[in-house]
Design a protein around this ligand. Sequence first.
Ligand code: PMP
Length: 251
Amino acid sequence: MQIYLNGKLVSKENATVSVMDHGFLYGDGTFEGIRVYGGNIYRLKEHIERLYESMKTLELDPGMTFDEMCQATIDTVAANGKRDVYIRLVVSRGPGDLGIDPAKCDKASVVIIVDDIALYPKEVYDNGLSLSTASTRRVPIDCIDPRIKSLNYLNNILATIEAKNAGVPEAIMLNHAGCVAECTADNIFMVKNGVLKPPDLLQGALGGITRASVRELAEKRGMKVEERALALHDFYNADEVFLTGTGAEIV
Ligand code: PMP
């Protein structure tokens, strides 16, 4: 396995970052999860755009242009010679001191890992998936906007623990107003009377690339799409509910 680490391709054994990296110490950084189908990187530009939007808000400079980041991703996939894989791209604040001040971190760390992807088992796609509703609420957008794909996933992890304890693979997360935000690692949609209804992103959701693809396809087919605030009541009474994500695809 060839891993991109700060401008070089290195073996997995040599792909190490400092314990003083603020990504490790404080979850200070951002990441992307991207799929490769038959050697084609799915929506690379959109993923790198989301990455640069996260970094803009975090005032995190990766020391690379948008085009350089795209090329580094393409080169890392090519170096691994695999056609159907998952890419994990991480930009962390880089090594600093033990305080939280990002200004003390001279240089961001950029890591690109290309590895196999574990999908949900086939029966999930045939029969659907059971969900619970987590009691852990999604981080409010005035604390950490969930549109930032931040390295700090504790909010989602706490809800995942709840889902596992409830014996289901995924959980719905509500925001502080009790509206449906998304799931722990997937976006959620409902369909009612032929109208596609995703919760709007300001309810507290990541702007999923798969979510955007589904919206686009639905609109192309002339389906009405309404983004709005939705409660559990709406989902309980939906005609269809499905999840979208890079790993899950559409469930
Ligand atoms: N929401 C969260 C919290 C996620 O982590 C992800 C990605 N796993 C998604 C939604 C889906 O986003 P995408 O379609 O870009 O993978």
